[in-house]
Design a protein around this ligand. Structure first.
Ligand code: FE2
Ligand code: FE2
Length: 217
């Protein structure tokens, strides 16, 4: 099928699954949620997103995509700094903090195995960033509920517009390059696997820490 048609189909199928993410338990049930704890998880996500985009830059032949990944490296690294600054302002000492102390996430390890631009972008930008946009909206709501307008503002004004850009980049690259049935199938599988792993990560975060609303990237 035409790539535009394909992207629309992939978007619809992602949205069906993503709509379940939107129906997570309401925030009020998790009074113990701690913004600082969630921001530390966000640091890990930002670090993984930075490293992944950087990892892909060199092995991506298409110049426009290479530059898109490069811009993303800068964006995600900036998010890391801004979140770390916010944590510092909240009294957190990050001098001995290592965001990767517990290792990389299964999603990161999966994404690193992807070799082709279309797969990478379907998983990393088109799907992972779509998940992030929803998670961040929920996180902003949580910050507001807990009276943390400053963190909410950081996400609303700086981080979310960048994540929206990354997701749009994914869409544009797929429209441009996912031209064959084979590439479209690879993209579908990569998006599907990303959704599954993101769901597992979410369940793991809930089991370990009782949190549903970790910010994404
Ligand atoms: Fe991002
Ligand atoms: Fe980010």
């Amino acid at each position: 099928m035409e790539s535009n048609e394909f992207v629309k189909e992939l978007e619809d199928s992602n949205n069906t699954l993503l709509s379940q993410l939107k129906q997570q338990p309401s925030l009020e049930e998790h009074e113990s949620l701690n913004i600082r704890q969630l921001l530390k998880i966000a640091l890990k996500n930002e670090m993984e997103a930075t490293e992944l985009a950087a990892y892909w830059v060199h092995s991506t032949p298409e110049v426009d995509v290479k530059l898109g990944f490069s811009r993303q490296v800068g964006d995600e690294a900036r998010h890391y700094h801004l979140i770390a600054d916010r944590l510092h302002e909240m009294g957190e000492d990050l001098s001995a903090f290592d965001p990767l102390a517990a290792g990389y996430s299964p999603l990161f390890n999966y994404l690193k195995t992807l070799d082709h631009t279309v797969e990478r972008v379907a998983a990393g930008q088109f799907t992972r960033e779509a998940i992030a946009l929803i998670k961040n909206e929920q996180f902003i709501e949580l910050c507001r509920q807990q009276g943390d307008a400053k963190t909410a503002h950081l996400y609303e004004e700086i981080i979310q517009p960048d994540e929206t850009y990354h997701q749009r980049l994914g869409k544009e690259v797929l429209e441009k390059y996912a031209k064959t049935e084979e590439l479209q199938n690879q993209a579908r599988q990569a998006a599907q696997k990303t959704l599954e792993l993101a769901e597992e990560l979410q369940q793991m975060a809930f089991r370990k820490m009782g949190v549903h609303h970790t910010p994404g990237c």
